[in-house]
Every structure is written in structure tokens, then in C-alpha cells.
Design a protein around this ligand. Structure first.
Ligand SMILES: Nc1nc2c(ncn2[C@@H]2O[C@H](COP(=O)(O)OP(=O)(O)OP(=O)(O)O)[C@@H](O)[C@H]2O)c(=O)[nH]1
Ligand SMILES: [Mg+2]
Length: 497
């Protein structure tokens, strides 16, 4: 026995009570977008608001074509025709539709064509099939009528739920986590980024393997064969059929590699600390304009794209305040609601840099339908990576495209914020001034008379310290200002008078 799965698919299916025997006679009602879901009414006895609760709704006006991506990219990326499926448990209709719109963007970013999007109101997702079991029949008809080859579920599903859906629908079923992992796999460029994504994917697949018991190789359903499309990139499903042990070996190897890569970065970080160079991290929701802002603030020239998770590999630029103090500014991977835990774990060393910085520029897209939701989602990740203690300056971006009422609402809610447009340059000077005043200041006040042969100390002062006054005298340079403790102790060798 190379693997000892304690999971038995048949038992698991039995545990989903009447799944196999379930006779749905409701197909007609189910296809209608607002039809009731009689099968769930037993669960919610007394609830009369059935039409609302059980509606299998279509998301109105959802974009189904990749509008702003070129034909070439479109052909290259378009691998699947997908149907999005959500379960709406709490919140307003607008929340549910925003969530589905985001799922649609994610799917398009992964290269899919979204044919349809439906969601159902339920108290909790069905343990066997996520959406109500009766609704699966309706979904099957939509799948068949539209020619979809994949359904994407808006949630983090149990392996058995995905499996049940695949069995019923005869097409591939992917959850939100799998979709996001797939985008990361497509976008990772650096060695470290690729290793991080692969680690996250393997951890995700490892859990799925256990779920599928003896059937270790996940079969892609429908027209999509293994190795292609969402969930098939990266480590490659064809390679994982042997056993979990191979995955574990690979995970251990990746962890070692990542540790080595981390130590290189750690050295750089220590070097920066030794020289007391303050660091600023640009963080925020994906597509908020973080890379655009870095470009604006430092001429970094990094990739900007109207796509989710365009940036995966962090970029750090050395820059200076207008009075000449050196600091670094880094752009990093964007966050998203319910960022898969596997990714947070795998990207921990990248994210530690955010937690370790002196200031976080929290960029939020002021033109997004739910900027407050984005701020909250990002702060959840800050808490998870222990970055909540780092001073945060909120940068409300895309002022050129945002509703002034929304900007006013955000300003009232986030008093420590600046409003900018990385696109037009509006507010950038104010943002720079705010950043400069937030940077940690050298701690020691000093006054020295530096002999002219100590130009090196004067140089360091320009870079690491703050010079309040400087005068060239017959005996040397008379200089007064603030310096960090190290530099101040060197300067103390040259007291005035
Ligand atoms: N209208 C407008 N669009 C902007 C502004 N800033 C950025 N954008 C656009 O927003 C999209 C995303 O910009 P990026 O800078 O790539 O965003 P990001 O936060 O780095 O995104 P990821 O790396 O994908 O997480 C691009 O299409 C930008 O052109 C702005 O101030 N106004
Ligand atoms: Mg970016």
C-alpha cells in the first residue's frame, strides 16, 4: 500500500443522505430563474419568503466577453466555456452580484469565457452539492443547453461536493480557490513566485487526493481533457496520480528551495536595516492600482494591466524624499476576498515584507462598487500576516473615475487617507508629502564639526539622516540635524568646539 486513504467515496456519498435516490420532479421549475426550490423548503419550515430564498437567479447584465483584452490574448487564453454558480447566504442582493461579478472577472482572467452566471439563495450551502440538490437538475439543463464544459463554484468546496457535481453535470467543476490558484500559476514569473504557487497548488491537491480516495487521478469531465484549462496547469494533474507520498516529497523540496530563496532576501533586508533605510510597502486589493502608483511615485516602470493578480512578484525600488532621505518602496501581490489560505501560507515570506515595513500604503480603488468591502478584505489579510501594527496610509486611487460622493464617504470613514489618481497624477504630490511625514525619523539630535576628510560621514548623513543646517567653516563642515544611533555615535567623535 503506497497510500492509505481513510476516505471512502461510497461511504461519503451515502452520508449525503438521499442523494442517490433523490428523485427530482421539478426540472421545469428549476430552469426558470426565479422558480422555487421545493426540496429545500423542508429545511426552512415556516419561511414563507420562498421565492426570494430559493431563486436560482441570473446575474443581470454580466459581461460575457473579454472586452478589453486583445484578440490574440483572447484566443491564447480562452480554454473553457464556463458557467458560474453561487450560493448567496448573507448580505444584500448587491453584495451577491458583486461577488459574482468578481468571480466572472477571475474566470476571465484565467482565460475562460463566461456563458452564464446563476446563484441561489440558501441558508447554507448544501453539504453534498453546494447548491440545492434539486437545483443541480436545473443547472444540468443550463450546462447542456449552453455547451459549457466547466462550472465554477463561488466558494471553497469540499472535494466530495465537487465530485458529486461532476458526476451529475458530466463537466468539470472548479471552486473559487482552484480558480485563483490557476491564475497565480499563469502569472508567476520569478523562480520564487513559481515555487510559491506550486507549493500552494500541491497543498490544495493533496487535500483533494484524500477526498477522492482510491481514485487519485482527478478526471476532467466533459470536453476538457486533463492537463489543459483551469486546475490543469502548474504541477499537472497527470503527474500526481501515483500517490500522495510523491506530492509530499515535492512539497518538502519546494519548502527547502523557498527557504534558500528567503535567506537571500533576508540578507538584503538586514542590509537595509543596518543602513536604516526605511521601507514602504504598497498593498491592497487586486487591480486597485498598486503598480500604477509605484510607477507614478518612483518611475519604476513595472507591469500595469487591467487584470486580476497582474503582479505576483514583488518589486522594490530605491527612492528619495524631496529632502534627500533614501527609502524603499515595494509593490506586492494583490489581495482578494477569501484569499485562499494555501496562498497566504505559500506567499508568507513575500507577505512578511509587508509586515516588516515602516509604512503601508493601502491602495483602494475609489471607483469600485464596494471599496469598503475591499478595505475590510485587505485588513483581514493584514491581520493574518501580522501586519496590523504597521502604520497605514490609505490611498484612495482612481479619483478620476470615482464618484465624488463615494470619495467623500471614504474620506469620512478613513481620516488618515489621501486621494489620488495614478492615471492623471492628481494628488500625487500630497501623497508624497504624507509618505515623507510618515517615514520614521532618525532618533538622535546632533551637532558636529566634520573635518573635510570625513566626506564619507557627510555622505551617510545625506542618505540616512536629516540635515537641519550646514555651514562650511575654516575648520570643517559645521552640521546640525538628526541621525540614527549608529551614525550619531560616529559623529560624536567630532564635537563642536
Ligand atoms: N481610471 C484609472 N485607472 C487606473 C488608475 N490607476 C490604475 N488604473 C488602472 O487600473 C488597472 C490596474 O492597475 P494596476 O496598477 O495593474 O493595479 P494593481 O493593483 O497593481 O493590480 P494587480 O497587480 O493585478 O493586483 C489598470 O488598467 C490601470 O490602468 C487611476 O488612477 N485611474
Ligand atoms: Mg500590480
Amino acid at each position: 500500500m503506497t497510500n492509505a486513504p481513510d476516505f471512502n467515496l461510497d461511504d461519503a456519498l451515502d452520508a449525503t443522505d438521499d442523494w442517490d435516490d433523490f428523485e427530482s420532479g421539478y426540472a421545469d421549475q428549476l430552469v426558470s430563474p426565479d422558480g422555487p426550490d421545493p426540496e429545500e423548503s423542508e429545511l426552512t419550515t415556516g419561511e414563507q419568503d420562498l421565492a426570494e430564498r430559493h431563486a436560482l437567479r441570473r446575474v443581470a447584465g454580466l459581461r460575457t466577453e473579454l472586452e478589453d483584452i486583445t484578440e490574440v490574448e483572447y484566443r491564447q487564453l480562452r480554454l473553457e466555456k464556463v458557467i458560474l454558480v453561487g450560493v448567496w447566504t448573507t448580505g444584500t442582493v448587491a453584495d451577491a452580484e458583486n461577488s459574482m461579478a468578481e468571480l466572472a472577472l477571475l474566470a476571465e482572467t484565467a482565460g475562460s469565457e463566461v456563458l452564464d452566471a446563476i446563484y441561489q439563495r440558501r441558508q447554507t450551502p448544501d453539504p453534498a452539492t453546494f447548491i440545492g440538490r434539486g437545483k443541480v437538475e436545473g443547472l444540468l439543463e443550463i450546462v447542456q443547453a449552453s455547451g459549457a464544459d466547466t462550472v465554477i463554484l463561488d466558494g471553497d468546496l469540499a472535494p466530495s461536493q465537487l465530485r458529486n457535481l461532476e458526476d451529475k453535470l458530466k463537466v468539470k467543476a472548479i471552486d473559487r480557490t482552484g480558480l485563483i490558484l490557476d491564475i497565480f500559476a499563469q502569472h508567476a514569473k520569478s523562480k520564487e513566485g513559481q515555487a510559491q504557487v506550486e507549493l500552494a497548488q500541491l497543498n490544495y491537491m493533496k487535500q483533494r487526493l484524500r477526498g477522492w480516495g482510491g481514485n487519485l487521478s482527478r478526471q476532467a469531465g466533459g470536453r476538457v481533457s486533463g492537463g489543459e484549462g483551469i486546475g490543469g496547469r502548474g504541477p499537472g494533474e497527470t503527474k500526481i496520480e501515483t500517490d500522495r507520498r510523491r506530492i509530499n516529497t515535492k512539497i518538502a523540496k519546494l519548502r527547502r528551495e523557498l527557504k534558500d530563496l528567503k535567506s537571500t532576501r533576508e540578507t538584503m533586508r538586514q542590509e537595509r536595516r543596518r543602513h536604516h533605510v526605511p521601507s514602504v510597502s504598497i498593498a491592497g486589493y487586486t487591480n486597485a492600482g498598486k503598480s500604477s502608483l509605484l510607477n507614478r511615485l518612483t518611475d519604476a516602470g513595472v507591469l500595469v494591466e487591467d487584470s486580476l493578480f497582474a503582479t505576483l512578484d514583488p518589486t522594490t525600488r530605491r527612492t528619495t524624499t524631496r529632502d534627500g532621505r533614501v527609502f524603499t518602496m515595494s509593490d506586492t501581490v494583490g489581495f482578494v476576498r477569501h484569499l485562499p489560505h494555501q496562498l497566504v501560507e505559500a506567499f508568507r515570506s513575500t507577505l512578511e515584507e509587508v509586515a516588516d515595513s515602516d509604512l503601508i500604503l493601502h491602495v483602494v480603488d475609489g471607483s469600485h462598487p464596494d471599496p469598503e468591502g475591499q478595505l475590510a478584505a485587505v485588513r483581514e489579510v493584514f491581520a493574518e500576516i501580522h501586519a496590523s501594527k504597521v502604520p497605514e496610509l490609505v490611498v484612495i486611487n482612481k479619483a478620476d473615475a470615482a464618484d465624488p460622493m463615494v470619495i467623500a464617504r471614504l474620506l469620512a470613514r478613513e481620516p488618515h487617507s489621501v486621494v489620488v489618481s495614478a492615471k492623471t497624477g492628481e494628488g500625487i504630490d500630497e501623497a508624497l508629502a504624507a509618505i515623507e511625514s510618515e517615514l520614521p525619523r532618525p532618533s538622535v539630535q546632533f551637532e558636529s564639526l566634520l573635518p573635510y576628510e570625513r566626506g564619507d560621514l557627510l555622505n551617510r548623513l545625506h542618505q540616512e539622516g536629516e540635515i537641519e543646517s550646514l555651514e562650511h567653516t575654516g575648520d570643517g563642515t559645521l552640521v546640525r540635524g538628526r541621525a540614527n544611533a549608529d551614525l550619531a555615535s560616529d559623529l560624536a567623535a567630532y564635537p563642536v568646539g
